[in-house]
Design a protein around this ligand. Sequence first.
Ligand SMILES: *[C@@H]1O[C@H](CO)[C@@H](O)[C@H](O)[C@H]1NC(C)=O
Ligand SMILES: *[C@@H]1O[C@H](CO)[C@@H](O)[C@H](O)[C@H]1NC(C)=O
Ligand SMILES: *[C@@H]1O[C@H](CO)[C@@H](O)[C@H](O)[C@H]1NC(C)=O
Ligand SMILES: *[C@@H]1O[C@H](CO)[C@@H](O)[C@H](O)[C@H]1NC(C)=O
Ligand SMILES: *[C@@H]1O[C@H](CO)[C@@H](O)[C@H](O)[C@H]1NC(C)=O
Ligand SMILES: *[C@@H]1O[C@H](CO)[C@@H](O)[C@H](O)[C@H]1NC(C)=O
Ligand SMILES: *[C@@H]1O[C@H](CO)[C@@H](O)[C@H](O)[C@H]1NC(C)=O
Length: 374
Amino acid sequence: MEPLSGAAAAAAAAAGGGGASRPPSFASQTNALLRKNLIFQKRNRKATIRLIIVPIYLCVLLSVLQRVINNLLDKPKYKCGCMCVDVNGTGPCQNVCGIQYSTLDQAGSCPIPNPPEWPALLQVPHLEYRATQDSSESCRKSQSCPAAIPFTGANETLSTTVMQNMFTDSPLSNLSDNASISGILLGTDMPGTSTGFIEPAFISDVPIYVLQSECKSRNSVTLRTTIDAINVQKEIKCVQGLPLWRNSSRTINEETFKGYRKEKIGKGISEVAMAYDFQDSNEKRFNVLALYNSTYQNISYVPMPFGLLRVSRSLNAVSNAYLQFLQGQGSGIKMLLEFTKEMPKQATRLTIDFSSLIGPLFFEWVVALLFPLC
Ligand SMILES: *[C@@H]1O[C@H](CO)[C@@H](O)[C@H](O)[C@H]1NC(C)=O
Ligand SMILES: *[C@@H]1O[C@H](CO)[C@@H](O)[C@H](O)[C@H]1NC(C)=O
Ligand SMILES: *[C@@H]1O[C@H](CO)[C@@H](O)[C@H](O)[C@H]1NC(C)=O
Ligand SMILES: *[C@@H]1O[C@H](CO)[C@@H](O)[C@H](O)[C@H]1NC(C)=O
Ligand SMILES: *[C@@H]1O[C@H](CO)[C@@H](O)[C@H](O)[C@H]1NC(C)=O
Ligand SMILES: *[C@@H]1O[C@H](CO)[C@@H](O)[C@H](O)[C@H]1NC(C)=O
Ligand SMILES: *[C@@H]1O[C@H](CO)[C@@H](O)[C@H](O)[C@H]1NC(C)=O
């Protein structure tokens, strides 16, 4: 180490002068550090100048680059599509912008004042990853593996009854016409996207599942319904929802941990749709924990938008089942989640902001290198 500079030594002496036992005050420590750094900068003048010039030079370069890129992005190709339409039927046309006049590239920047209402779905594991009970795995071959729903609670009778109430078992063929979607347990194996404007399960080709306690026929039906005045036709397949009693929350945790997909291929994976812990629920008190797989959130170290989790239907289904348990199933009293809907959105522009991308790196260069702490 270099010998201490005069100023720092003086500061250290001044700080230590008050008595060997008393630590130097914060102010004198800061003072000493600042002086040490200043002298350090004075001795390395060239390096310091370079240290300041390089970020400034880069800043200028980046801001020029940002302008150029943003100018390129400021083309109609990346803006909400517009068209001149005759709104009133008579007279000159008006320029109207909106999703209906946009290409796929343009749609992302359109305003959405009234987002569509989508039915809330359950997250069901992929067919080939579902937890199986029999070791022979025959259900995987016949593609009829049930979706396991482990549950636990202090009172097994009560928990089992509530779980059985979750399913409404009308035949699939009854679903096809004018079905009230919120009353049935619909699920999908597609992960959620980062916004709720579009439910990927409804626009993709994969079927939507309906969870029932028993699947009478393997066949699928086509569900016709209207979502926001748009007629939707969707293939619906039955999946058996299989409530599995477990004697403790710990057992559920261990089982789902063992069935996790990490570093396993095919056989060992056993994923569950959801799980419930009824804790100390009784006729007067409803105290449930709804467990879900949060991996679908896609949390990573790189800043990325989170995936939306499909938890609301799972919570609603168990609450509704408890209500049925209290009221008796014939009562017809229901508490159903009708739809989920994204917040309205303004028109946005596609821009690139370098400062938010590399701001921390610049801070590191300029501040931390100019004032090294040790
Ligand atoms: C169309 O009708 C609306 C109100 O009905 C009016 O404000 C608007 O000016 C009309 N536009 C044209 C092009 O006539
Ligand atoms: C469990 O719940 C059932 C149904 O509500 C009730 O009859 C029974 O007494 C409860 N058992 C205990 C141990 O609380
Ligand atoms: C299915 O629909 C038919 C005719 O609409 C009706 O008679 C029958 O009760 C329904 N079944 C169930 C289980 O809802
Ligand atoms: C379904 O709805 C349409 C229009 O709302 C109606 O014309 C039709 O009769 C309904 N079908 C049934 C089976 O209720
Ligand atoms: C819970 O179940 C597991 C496995 O099924 C068993 O090993 C354990 O002894 C049970 N615990 C209690 C308290 O019953
Ligand atoms: C949770 O979801 C992820 C992603 O689909 C999957 O890899 C993992 O096996 C699932 N875990 C359980 C316990 O279902
Ligand atoms: C999350 O990860 C899955 C699987 O890698 C992917 O299909 C999905 O699009 C991702 N979701 C988001 C919001 O990035």
